[in-house]
Ligand binder design. Structure first.
Ligand SMILES: [Zn+2]
Length: 192
């Protein structure tokens, strides 16, 4: 399974964003290495992608993205543990979420509302991710917000299965590895 296919396995954009930092063959890998990686990720996640205004935004987008990601990670971990977190950094991103609704009426389709975003600073560009995270933290069912049960895998996901018994980031990755390990253990026990 390629890295690309596993980028959006979480079932929620805020958790997929956390998963841009992950372990690949035991090594911690950051999929957000440059500003362009952040813009590409936003596009692939179906979130609005604005151009960066380099003159008004001297700080880099990737630094802002990593700051936002790690504050979301700490808030999600705290919420999952039933503790209170400090939302001040997340709120700073939300404060830049300048947008207004716009009605769009295509000829063939019924009218819809989309959002026009105005802020072109790194913080403003990341505001849709901050909004998704705030929404998850406030309205999400945290019984279904889970971390992969593999000891070293750090991937988060929103369990949308009917039975709510999803245990692994992906059955093809950690799920399969554990199935093989359990099989070997069983075989060893049988052979003793
Ligand atoms: Zn996993």
């Amino acid at each position: 399974m390629t890295l690309m296919k596993t980028r959006f396995l979480a079932g929620h954009p805020a958790l997929d964003f956390l998963n841009t930092r992950r372990r690949v063959d035991g090594e911690l890998v950051d999929l957000l290495g440059r500003d362009e990686d952040v813009l590409r990720w936003l596009g692939q996640a179906g979130l609005p992608v604005l151009e960066i205004d380099r003159e008004t935004a001297p700080s880099s987008l990737v630094d802002a993205a990593r700051t936002l990601r790690e504050t979301i990670r700490s808030l999600v971990e705290r919420r999952k543990a039933g503790q209170r977190g400090d939302p001040s950094v997340l709120n700073a991103f939300l404060a830049e979420a300048q947008s207004h609704p716009r009605m769009v009426w295509n000829k063939q389709r019924s009218p819809t509302i989309d959002r026009v975003r105005r802020s072109e600073t790194p913080v403003g560009i990341l505001a849709p991710v901050a909004e998704a995270a705030a929404d998850l933290l406030v309205t999400g069912d945290f019984k279904l917000v889970k971390r992969c049960e593999d000891e070293i895998c750090e991937l988060w996901f929103f369990d949308q299965t009917k039975s709510h018994h999803r245990r692994w980031c992906s059955t093809a990755l950690c799920g399969n590895r554990h199935k093989v390990a359990a099989y070997r253990k069983r075989r060893r026990a049988e052979n003793q």
